[in-house]
Design a protein around this ligand. Structure first.
Ligand code: GDP
Length: 319
């Protein structure tokens, strides 16, 4: 929302009533900007509520980012992941078509749609082969978006975003688990960090830059689909190594690989090729991997009161 506010947009959001009643807890990450946005109580599970908000607000642009997005949960609760993610996208598109057909629509696709990818790196032309309920729900949302574009002429675009991280990442994701784990260890609140598969690799970029790509998509004369990625893969082990190095520690003394955190079916190497986004949107990735790790560890250390443990970034860390 900050990029839109800084561009002078009037920003509206939908939120479930239960979260609206408990803003301190549920909206903690956007609390400083809460007074600058208009929140409406609605649920992705109710077409009536979505229709009502879209009709009332008459948005010019709609960024559909809401979803059950944690892949691990989606194994445990396939039914609700599929229901919420697929119906939610369909409800929004249908409401736009019915009551705000000139609204431009962004759908948050995901690299998880590639899953068992047949080629590396992945482009907009790579076949989808999702490996989780989350991935399947995103492929369906992508196809719904494409269909509303082709069948009803809606300016509807999908971003196929590879993992994007920042100090606001949820604690259940491995990057934040590591950065907050480092801070807890430095603060003496923990003495080990239990992770799953350390060899798993991801193409990790900075969320702030990926949000800019979303906005650029909706400014194009024609809608389309775009891969947004850095094109570089790094392992969970590398992330941990750099994160611990930020505070002068050796990750090998603290990180334990625990089978309990392994995925039933992980995916093949996902690395995105953002050539189209660069050529058509003029989009560029700026933050390097080591800088991203550093920013996340720094934020968690400062928030935990151990900012003085931070060391200079190692010279060879400019990867
Ligand atoms: P995802 O790409 O959306 O699934 O993002 P995550 O941050 O949840 O996971 C990224 C990768 O890290 C996956 O391949 C996981 O298997 C791997 N991983 C290794 N250890 C952990 C862990 O302790 N927690 C999580 N969430 N992922 C882990």
């Amino acid at each position: 929302m900050e990029p839109l506010l800084s561009k002078g947009y009037e920003v509206h959001g939908i939120i479930r009533r239960v979260a609206l009643e408990d803003p301190e807890h549920r909206l903690s990450r956007i609390l400083p900007n809460l007074h600058r946005v208009h929140l409406h109580a609605a649920s992705l599970e109710s077409y009536a509520s979505i229709h009502q908000v879209v009709a009332q607000v008459q948005p010019d642009e709609c960024y559909h980012l809401a979803a059950q997005s944690f892949v691990s949960y989606s194994f445990e609760d396939e039914f609700s992941t599929l229901n919420t993610n697929i119906n939610g996208t369909h409800f929004l598109l249908a409401a736009i078509r019915n009551v705000a057909p000139t609204c431009r629509f962004y759908f948050a696709g995901s690299s998880e749609m590639f899953g068992l990818a047949e080629e590396v790196p992945q482009t907009e032309g790579t076949r989808f082969h999702p490996r989780s309920a989350y991935g399947i729900s995103k492929v369906t949302g992508f196809e719904l978006t494409q269909n509303y574009r082709e069948a009803y002429g809606i300016h509807a675009s999908s971003g196929i975003l590879f993992n994007h991280e920042s100090p606001r990442r949820g604690y259940e994701f491995v990057t934040r688990k590591i950065s907050s784990g480092v801070a807890r260890i430095v603060a003496g609140k923990a003495n080990a960090l239990r992770l799953g598969n350390l060899e798993a690799q991801r193409d990790w970029g900075h969320a702030r830059e990926y949000v800019e790509a979303m906005w650029l998509m909706l400014q194009q004369p024609e809608p389309g689909d775009y891969v947004v990625a850095t094109g570089e893969a790094h392992s969970v082990r590398e992330f941990a190594e750099l994160a611990f190095a930020c505070v002068g520690l050796d990750y090998r003394e603290f990180v334990v690989s625990d089978a309990a955190f392994y995925r039933p079916a992980d995916i093949n190497l996902l690395v995105g090729d953002a050539t189209k986004a660069r050529a058509k949107l003029g989009w560029r990735q700026k933050t390097r991997f080591a800088e991203l790790v550093r920013e996340m560890v720094e934020a968690d250390c400062r928030a935990t009161g151990v900012g003085d443990a931070l060391r200079e970034m190692p010279r060879d860390a400019a990867v």
